[in-house]
Design a protein around this ligand. Structure first.
Ligand code: SF4
Ligand code: SF4
Length: 486
């Protein structure tokens, strides 16, 4: 305990008690004690919700069909971290494609920065799998079984009757089944559909690891969509956290036009809008429709907030109210801070132009790297411990190990040729064939006439050919006798 009362008083006063009325001091989903407050958002209705629904059909079809779609015989997307094999748009990337992977990541992050700087969290509201699955699948099932917000609250408070049990059990059974499908889809993106089918059809004992992940993913998704919900965006997703550093006064966000809306006041029955205007009231009739539809439980009238996923539900809700009270739509709308404060048109800022130029340059570099890379990646290493040997005909020979990674999904017969020097190159054993998506390894013997040798080390270039087409050239060195010992 601190003996100095002055210090104690100062430190105590520094711990300010959270004011639950102030939205900056507390989470919309927690009460004064910090306990979770379950949200019952009302079902949105309106043009944006319709558009998001149509888009979600496309995205869901893409998400679930993705592992089955083949491009050049390869999946559309495969992220096999265990085998370090990655396929994007049918193109196989190996750990050897480090530069391409690095550029891909740079494009991803720059894309996020450009997009966020220009359009805020458009990704979160319209295309993020968490939002699409939560709002367009799980929430809709909930509305279908338990009804809209008010009915859900009543059901929650009601006694456990047969009807309530049926509703709850059927909802959670559907949630669990869907989580199983989503978990398996994720697994298919990680290990491929062939491997997934093996796990499903083979003896379970042979795939204990795969089955464990299958169950784990199912439970995680069930936990997220049945219980954790909006908290995944608020507490877990890092994107929401760093977006505040990317937004500026020209970023397009879902915003409340406080200049038009304030001073907010309820619309009295007998009151006309003219009388309201004369009384100095704004267009906001303080109906809380925008708050009641919000899936993160916030009040957009408090300004941009970390929890807002820009889902546009509040725009639809407010537009409906504006239609009813005879005011123009757009009291809540897509707008920038400058758009609202200074009525400025949205414009492309120099910062955004800079980001776009960088993004385009990275995309260009990525395309060059992808379309000029070789189908095989060959390494040519001198056999460890071996120097050179002199053959009966007087030639000198070196033994090498050749390793060829085949980046394609079909086997490639290969031929090796000396490119810069006269001599013999012999692949030991059978013909060199790089199996699909695998590594081929063989020993190679090169023998050279002493007349072409330099003292000590002679540079050698080997061409890697398939069906007469040169795929790659490899530089290596040939060790021969030094002149002084020759
Ligand atoms: S404030 Fe509006 S846009 Fe933001 S999450 Fe809530 S309803 Fe969606
Ligand atoms: S829905 Fe519109 S009018 Fe109603 S409280 Fe929200 S901003 Fe105000």
């Amino acid at each position: 305990m601190n003996a100095d009362p002055a210090i104690e008083t100062k430190s105590q006063s520094a711990i300010r008690e959270a004011d639950s009325q102030d939205f900056r001091d507390h989470l919309s989903t927690a009460d004064k004690e910090g306990h979770r407050q379950w949200l019952y958002p009302r079902k949105p209705r309106g043009r944006y919700y319709r558009l998001r629904t149509y888009l979600s059909w496309f995205l869901l079809a893409l998400m679930f069909a993705g592992p089955f779609v083949r491009v050049n015989g390869n999946p559309l997307l495969l992220l096999n971290f265990v085998e370090r094999k990655f396929i994007i748009l049918g193109q196989i990337f190996w750990p050897q494609d480090m530069i391409i992977s690095a550029v891909t990541l740079l494009i991803f992050f720059t894309g996020i920065i450009v997009f966020t700087a220009a359009f805020g969290r458009l990704w979160c509201g319209w295309t993020c799998p968490q939002t699409v699955l939560m709002e367009m699948v799980f929430r809709k099932i909930e509305y279908f079984i338990e009804g809209d917000s008010a009915n859900q609250r009543i059901l929650k408070k009601s006694r456990w009757t047969a009807s309530k049990i049926i509703k709850k059990v059927s909802k959670h059974a559907l949630f669990f089944a869907l989580s199983f499908v989503i978990g398996n889809t994720l697994l298919a993106y990680l290990i491929g559909t062939e491997q997934l089918f093996k796990i499903v059809t083979d003896n379970p004992v042979d795939h204990l690891q795969g089955l464990t992940f299958m169950i784990l993913f199912t439970l995680i998704f069930y936990g997220i969509f049945a219980r954790f919900r909006e908290q995944a965006c608020t507490f877990i997703c890092p994107y929401g956290r760093f977006q505040s550093a990317l937004l500026d006064e020209n970023t397009l966000v879902v915003a409340y036009d406080y200049k038009r809306g304030e001073k907010r006041a309820p619309l009295k029955r007998s009151e006309t809008m003219k009388q309201r205007d004369a009384a100095g009231a704004g267009d906001c009739v303080n109906c809380f429709a925008c708050v009641s539809v919000c899936p993160t439980g916030i009040d957009i009238r408090n300004g941009p907030q970390m929890e807002c996923v820009q889902c546009t539900a509040c725009i639809d809700a407010c537009d409906n109210i504006m239609d009813k009270v005879g005011r123009p739509r757009g009291l809540i709308r897509y707008a920038s801070l400058n758009g609202i404060e200074h009525r400025e048109q949205w414009r492309i800022t120099p910062r955004l132009v800079g980001y776009c130029v960088l993004l385009l340059a990275l995309i260009g570099l990525w395309m060059v790297l992808v379309f000029t890379r070789s189908a095989v990646e060959t390494t040519f290493l001198r056999a460890p411990g071996a120097l050179f040997q002199q053959m009966p005909d007087g030639h000198f020979s070196n033994l090498y190990t050749v390793r060829v990674v085949n980046k394609t999904s079909h086997a490639i017969p290969l031929e090796l040729k000396l490119e810069n020097i006269r001599g013999n190159l012999q692949v030991m054993g059978s013909q060199l064939i790089a199996p699909a998506e695998k590594l081929a390894e063989n020993s190679v013997l090169i023998d050279l006439d002493p007349a072409v040798l330099k003292s000590g080390t002679t540079p050698v270039v080997v061409g890697v050919y398939s069906k007469g087409k040169r795929l790659q050239t490899i530089k290596t060195s040939f060790i021969g006798p030094r002149n002084d010992t020759n």
